[in-house]
Ligand binder design. Structure first.
Ligand code: IPE
Length: 255
């Protein structure tokens, strides 16, 4: 039997991990380097997506950008994207110093491609030892500018690459229930969503809905603290970890 290369793991580095959300333009270099080292030492092929944190979100808010098409001006969009590109340059440098070979691309350049062009391009990069790197971005969808969340990019990438696993690094230990305890498993056949989540929109509720979409398409999603590199490392390798696993129960094992 010929050995197929392992399917890449899609990794989301949340904005709340790579920046201090309370302080504008505050980059957490040590945290990102530690996560980069965990990825490098796993030896796994990855595609990395990072969020905006205190670089992207305050500007997006100032210029009226949200997940819905808006009348935001091109000027505000440029400024927001410049901040994201500055953040991306820092993330890329930290990952490089951790031993990875990041290759930054803007998500919409890829997602606009049809006929599997984006998929082959990413697969070639990964096979050549690079770690494709992208970020939550601002796009124009024909009606207006809007924020394309890094979580949604993870859904697209997981599907495009047939990823077995997506690991989302957060500033908390996973999805928390109404008493602040980590919910270990979410998804079809698991406990219902905690009440506070089922009713909320944005933030963690949006993340969980994107994770459920990935799970439904066959990608197991692991939400883990990005400030605990040991747990992040276990989540990445697919072994037992402290955090939340989102999956859809499979009736028959595919072997
Ligand atoms: C946001 O990306 C990007 C911009 C604000 C332009 P995400 O939505 O993925 O960012 P985080 O992880 O919540 O910070």
């Amino acid at each position: 039997m010929s050995r197929r290369p392992p399917s890449p793991v899609v990794v989301k580095l949340g904005g709340s991990v790579i920046t201090d959300k309370k302080v504008s333009f505050s980059y957490r270099e040590e945290a990102v380097r530690a996560l980069g080292m965990a990825i490098a030492s796993s030896g796994l092929p990855v595609v990395v997506v990072h969020g905006g944190g205190s670089f992207g979100h305050p500007l997006a808010k100032r210029y009226g950008l949200s997940s819905r098409a808006s009348a935001a001006s091109a000027e505000g969009v440029s400024e927001t994207r410049e901040a994201m590109l500055r953040l991306d340059a820092m993330v890329s440098a930290s990952l490089t110093s951790a031993g990875l070979r990041p290759y930054t691309f803007s998500p919409f350049t890829l997602l606009d491609l049809e006929g599997g062009g984006g998929r082959s391009f990413l697969r070639r990069l990964i096979a050549a030892g690079a770690a494709p790197l992208t970020f939550g971005d601002v796009v124009h969808d024909g009606k207006g500018f809007r924020v394309l969340s890094g979580d949604t990019i993870c859904v697209e990438l997981s599907e495009m690459l047939g990823a077995e696993r997506c690991v989302m690094a957060l500033d908390v230990a996973g999805v928390l229930d109404d008493d602040g305890r980590v919910v270990e498993t979410l998804g079809e056949g698991a406990a219902p969503l905690p009440g506070s989540l089922a009713d909320a929109t944005g933030g963690i509720a949006f993340k969980v809905s994107e994770a459920l979409r990935m799970a439904a398409a066959g990608t197991e999603v692991r939400l883990v603290s990005g400030l605990a590199p040991g747990e992040f490392s276990k989540a990445l390798k697919g072994v037992e970890f402290h955090g939340t696993t989102v999956r859809v129960a499979r009736g028959v094992s595919s072997g």
